[in-house]
Design a protein around this ligand. Sequence first.
Ligand SMILES: NC(=O)c1ccc[n+]([C@@H]2O[C@H](COP(=O)([O-])OP(=O)(O)OC[C@H]3O[C@@H](n4cnc5c(N)ncnc54)[C@H](O)[C@@H]3O)[C@@H](O)[C@H]2O)c1
Length: 254
Amino acid sequence: MGSFDGKVALVTGAARGLGRVTALAFAREGARVVLTDIDEAGGARSLELLRAEGGEGIFLRADVRVERDAEEMVGKTVERYGRLDCAVNNAAVVRFAPIVEETSESFDLHVDTNLRGVFYAMKHEIRQMLKNGGGAIVNQSSITGSLTGNANESIYAATKGGVDALTKSVALEVAKNNISVNAIAACGIDAPGDVFHQWMERENIKPEEAGKLFPIGRMGKAEELTAAVLFLCSEQARFIVGHILVVDGGWIAH
Ligand SMILES: NC(=O)c1ccc[n+]([C@@H]2O[C@H](COP(=O)([O-])OP(=O)(O)OC[C@H]3O[C@@H](n4cnc5c(N)ncnc54)[C@H](O)[C@@H]3O)[C@@H](O)[C@H]2O)c1
């Protein structure tokens, strides 16, 4: 028996990194999982891994920047599995540059993917969850945003600060409808290819050295991130409303 038996979970940006490990974690706990991404090859690989473990799921190509795609990903989820219980809005982009070198194209890409994408996704997920009689949403934010800044990541930080603000306000709108909306602010989760690995590469920090940057003395494991996501999606977490849960090995506390 899994703790998400009978539940249907949707994960955006599930073609690699944290989205992939989140989708696999839901499937291990018995959920039927809808994986979405613009990277079809990566999405197919994630689905292959999920099914190899005996999980049930489908992959849909959906661009979070396009409202019609958000509406369709929810519509197809319901068409296939009849409901939507949990949604993890995880897809995002990050490009590193000092502000003096930033461009409007980069600004638009970050805002459209990281912020507009979460708005479209939540709008359509919540419409369905209201019909279901409840649900849980977790937005993948970042410690870089409303909690800390990071040089050369200003536009990304601005979008993640926006995600935190959206999370709190939307959470208040739907709390009485048995829908929880929360966010996770992660840092340093060891999921190769992910944004933290991209940052290490840019800063020329070797993976074996990266763990020493964290008060806990190591990087985070994928299952330490997914445990937090699944907890926020669980019935036991329903009293947690509009919370930004930090999963960072002590980086912020330090
Ligand atoms: N890895 C970390 O330590 C860390 C730290 C802080 C925050 N985060 C956040 O966690 C989430 C996942 O991070 P990650 O490190 O796994 O990133 P990643 O870059 O490895 O994966 C992001 C996924 O989003 C997809 N994507 C990009 N644009 C898309 C679009 N327009 N439509 C649909 N999918 C799109 C990509 O194809 C990719 O599969 C992000 O929101 C990120 O900001 C991660």
